[in-house]
Design a protein around this ligand. Sequence first.
Ligand code: PRX
Length: 653
Amino acid sequence: MTQKIDNILRESRAFPPSSDFKATAHVASIEQYQRLHKQSLEQPEVFWDGVAKELPWMKPYGQVLDWSEAPNARWFVDGKLNASAVCLDQHIEAGHGDKVAILWEGEPGDRKTFTYSEMLAAVCRFANALKARGIKKGDRIAIYMPMIPELAMAVLACARIGAIHSVVFGGFSAQALADRITDGGCIGVITSDGGWRRGKVLPLKHVVDAAVDLCGAHCPVHTVLTVKRTENETKWNAERDVWYHELLEQVDDVCEPEPMDSEDVLFLLYTSGSTGKPKGIMHTTGGYMVGAYLSTRHVFDLKADDVFWCTADVGWITGHSYVVYGPMANGATQVMYEGAPNAPTEGRFWELIERYKVSVFYTAPTAIRAFMKWGDQHVDGKDLSSLRLLGTVGEPINPEAWMWYRKKIGGERCPIVDTWWQTETGGIMISPLPGITETSPGCASLPFFGVDAAILDGDGNELGENEGGFLAIRKPWPSMLRGLWGDEERYRETYWSKWPGNIYFPGDGARRDEKGHFWILGRVDDVINVSGHRLSTMEVESALVSHDLVVEAAVVGRPDDLTGEAIVAFVIPAGSATQDASVVKTLKEHVAVEIGKLACPAEVRLTDALPKTRSGKIMRRLLRDIAAGREQKGDMSTIENPAILEQLRAADV
Ligand code: PRX
């Protein structure tokens, strides 16, 4: 069947890069981008060799790419390197040991600074502590920690000795952690007694204890290494549990980096997927590091004196690539913050930007919408003049949120890079390059170097200008996933089977405009089919959010005898969430005017909150069940606010 996605929302606002920005940008002309992009697709060996050469290899690679056993790729074949040496040692050897690597702030306001030399010493000590517990190359280690410097150190310490880290976000439940420990066969867990979140202690070590219990008699974990952070009470198992600070006293701060093959696994990172068992995405050392290094440099146009702040938790891929590996491979100075954006006040992020003179700021649309909801008064009066570039990631950004971000945070002077990518892609795939791209609200713009992106229909035919279809990546790229841990079949099936010819299917819908810019329409399973028209939920949501009465909206389809599917909108209103018929009517009319009658919701339900994953993504799967009056099924372990489901079920109209 030929499938396309109709999309009717058009955005005409466009902002060219400023001449100031252009003057110093790494990629400074569209011609330069086009030439390099063309080379990266037509002669990937030449292009990627030029980039990879900049990393400190311990043994040079031979072939740049071996795709003979597609979809299993081998990049930088037979080369050896160590990711922690890329992030640390090379900068010290180049004389930059005194440069600040991390400006860290805890939620209660405590502060620490680490130079690159200090980071190296700390990482070596951490690595020696792991070795002292018998942990070695190839072992899998789960990391379940708050956003404290020791989290970045733990990740790099694993990399240093060649242990495979599997970071699990500190908000996940014991069951979710247990599932990931078991699936990865992790023999160690690195955690802390607790972390601060909105003035309270998250008792992480308790959760680890519960997870290890849940793993049962065959639990592979022999060591739980615990960093002291909050001093809360913890249970102690003398055989398994070790205080990190005690073990440190027994080790020194010299640890040679393990030479790792390019294709040795660097880490596993589980993505929840909309249904079923979480997938253990595998990334390897060489290609991932090359991708993280280059994308950080170009997308964030990183300069030696920048202060970079990516607000993502290291529990997500964004934190892997743009807190740990990418910025540090580039020798950048960055801010790391432990707590919530609204603790103790809703102005916390802007205070941090002011205090540390952040110049490049990278966050998520869900956060931006929360900032808008909290109000401009938290931004007003803060000095944000150090900012020169803003970024977003994680979901399609509604144009109104983009405009607010540009105006209120960026002072109408900072370009915004709307970066499209996935856990699976390892690094940014489609994004403006800030020195050259005319940016528009909600537009992810241009494929990055090495990314052969196209819009295809269900049969694999390339679609024309502005036709909505499936996003496809037609060539391998260095930081691509190398598989799913222990599930080769699911890897091929999920990502490589939609079309013949080894084309990667990311699961997103998109269109490409007359300028060749990509607009992401959201997950294809978020598409609603009304009377034979496939509509992107994102577009209807954006239309709703553009109304003053609306703070946030989630739109799903429910079965309808007449139209196939009907649109149900769950809306957080600016005022009270009591079901007010006049508000509902106004919003229906507004969507009809903005997009057309076709997209007009059959139902609008007003609510205080939406069910979200712990990474802030709206769980449309649950909303679909509620809209259709079905029982909720499937994995609930990732939901942040389960109580909201009751309210939503009750709010039937
Ligand atoms: O649907 C796309 C959406 O997030 C998905 C990937 O999620 P995850 O693996 O958790 O990684 C998030 C951080 C990279 C994608 O398939 N997504 C991510 N960035 C964007 C986006 N959708 C639209 N615009 C984006 N900039």
